[in-house]
Ligand binder design. Structure first.
Ligand code: UDP
Length: 332
């Protein structure tokens, strides 16, 4: 049986793009997803098992009956606001269920793990751009659950025959080319770029601009948007690094360049030709003024180079995806 890469959460936004990239690079993909937030429609690459990380018996069976070379772990709850009101859900899904996955991997001799971490593990930046050695003091339960898994991985790598990469994503955005059938699809959608594009399509759904009084050039928050296909490529490089015996490490994945919310909205207007309706709204709790990452380590060690760094390209690909999701026009 050829060796497979197990993608926990492979039916989600980033996981499905990684599945596409892995398949294109010649890897065998096995998606494990409970389809709670992932989409059956995204199960397009490799084989699939519908299962839950809470179910240790099913997990053990998947590891026992396949030839898994490495695990990529995308499965998580990722709404910051919900993590504040329902932290138990986040600790169970993101931490306890990850322990199940890592134990199953260890018990079946799987030695390589690539984990979807986040810049939210840093908390409020003390200096910018953020490097991996910046203190990690997350300001919400979501970030704390991701940091807890980073620690779990370090301890597993110290005690068992495992190595890992924690990939700290900045703002994933954009979509694979039209025709692949995958893109950004969250329910509910909370992210800026899809909401801005949806506001362009439907003036009845204005974009709420959260905070116009930040200490930035135009008063709106600045973020580092990174194309989801560039993120997906980084997973392959991380996998190859681990397979070659690379040491366990954390890597920032961002473009190192920040754009304000207003700049993103202007870009959406340019790409669509339809300026989105915008309503100023209060700040969203826990949003720092500026988050920009220094991905120099991933570039130097993994040989990663984002090739879709241009904001217009990122927003343009997201726009193609939004258009592809529109219902077909009615005949007559
Ligand atoms: N944002 C906004 N209105 C929205 C959604 C997001 O103004 O409806 C802002 C948000 O405050 C942040 C930036 O857009 O500064 C990116 O937010 P998003 O939720 O896309 O990603 P996050 O940075 O939370 O991971």
């Amino acid at each position: 049986m050829p060796a497979q890469i197990l993608l926990a959460g492979g039916a989600g936004y980033i996981g499905s793009h990684a599945a596409l990239a892995l398949q294109a690079a010649g890897y065998e993909v096995l998606v494990f997803d409970n389809l709670s937030t992932g989409h059956r429609e995204f199960l397009r690459f490799g084989r699939q098992v519908t299962g839950d990380l809470a179910d240790r018996a099913t997990l053990a069976k998947v590891f026992a009956t396949n030839n898994i070379l490495a695990v990529m772990h995308f499965a998580a709850c990722a709404y910051v606001g919900e993590s504040v009101t329902d932290p138990a859900k986040y600790y169970r899904n993101n931490v306890a269920n990850t322990l199940n996955l890592l134990e199953a991997a260890r018990d079946h001799g799987v030695r390589h793990v690539i984990f979807s971490s986040t810049c939210a593990t840093y908390g409020l930046p003390q200096h910018l751009p953020l490097r991996e050695d910046h203190p990690q003091n997350p300001v919400n339960p979501y970030g704390r659950t991701k940091l807890a898994v980073e620690w779990m991985l370090r301890d597993f790598a110290g005690a068992y025959a495992m190595n890992f990469c924690s990939l700290r994503y900045f703002n994933a955005a954009g979509a694979a080319p039209a025709g692949t059938g995958i893109g950004e699809w969250h329910e509910p959608e909370t992210h800026l770029i899809p909401l801005a594009l949806q506001a362009s399509l439907d003036p009845a759904r204005p974009l709420r601009l959260f905070g116009a009084d930040y200490a930035t050039q135009d008063g709106s928050c600045v973020r580092d948007y990174i194309h989801v296909c560039d993120l997906a490529e980084a997973h392959i490089l991380a996998l190859e690094w681990l397979l070659a015996g690379g040491k366990s490490a954390a890597f920032n994945l961002g473009n190192g360049r920040g754009y304000s919310v207003r700049e993103v909205l202007a870009c959406a207007a340019k790409v669509t030709g339809l300026p989105p309706a915008v309503e100023e709204a209060p700040r969203r709790p826990g949003d720092p003024d500026v988050l920009v990452g220094d991905a120099g380590r991933a570039m130097a060690e993994l040989g990663w180079k984002p090739v879709r760094a241009d904001l217009e390209q990122i927003v343009g690909s997201a726009w193609e995806w939004e258009l592809s999701r529109l219902p077909p026009p009615r005949a007559g």
